[in-house]
Design a protein. Structure first.
Length: 94
């Protein structure tokens, strides 16, 4: 099995409401055995003009584990909390 990475581009629209998402998503990541590699911080565009406000990268032991995280009840709760707090584009990559 190869590792899988959840990669998200996040545009936070309500920082206060986003705090609840961060709490729930952190719990969901831990429960699913994920490892946060990048969570926010400066982004340095070097090609193509892509300048995301926030990037998150989470490593999982497999695509199956990444899907379990995304489809799990705890992350479902986090997504509900995020609905009015941010716009997100998310992929799972091998």
């Amino acid at each position: 099995m190869s590792r899988a990475y959840v990669i998200a581009e996040v545009d936070v629209t309500d920082a206060q409401a986003y705090e609840q998402y961060k709490v729930l998503s952190t719990q969901a990541i831990a429960e699913a055995g994920g490892e946060v590699l990048v969570r926010g911080g400066p982004v340095h565009a070097v090609e193509g003009g892509w300048t995301p406000a926030r990037i998150v990268v989470i490593a999982f032991s497999s695509v199956e584990h990444a899907r379990r995280f995304y489809d799990g009840e705890r992350y479902r709760q986090a997504r509900q909390a995020r609905a009015q707090a941010a716009h997100m584009r998310l992929v799972i990559a091998e």
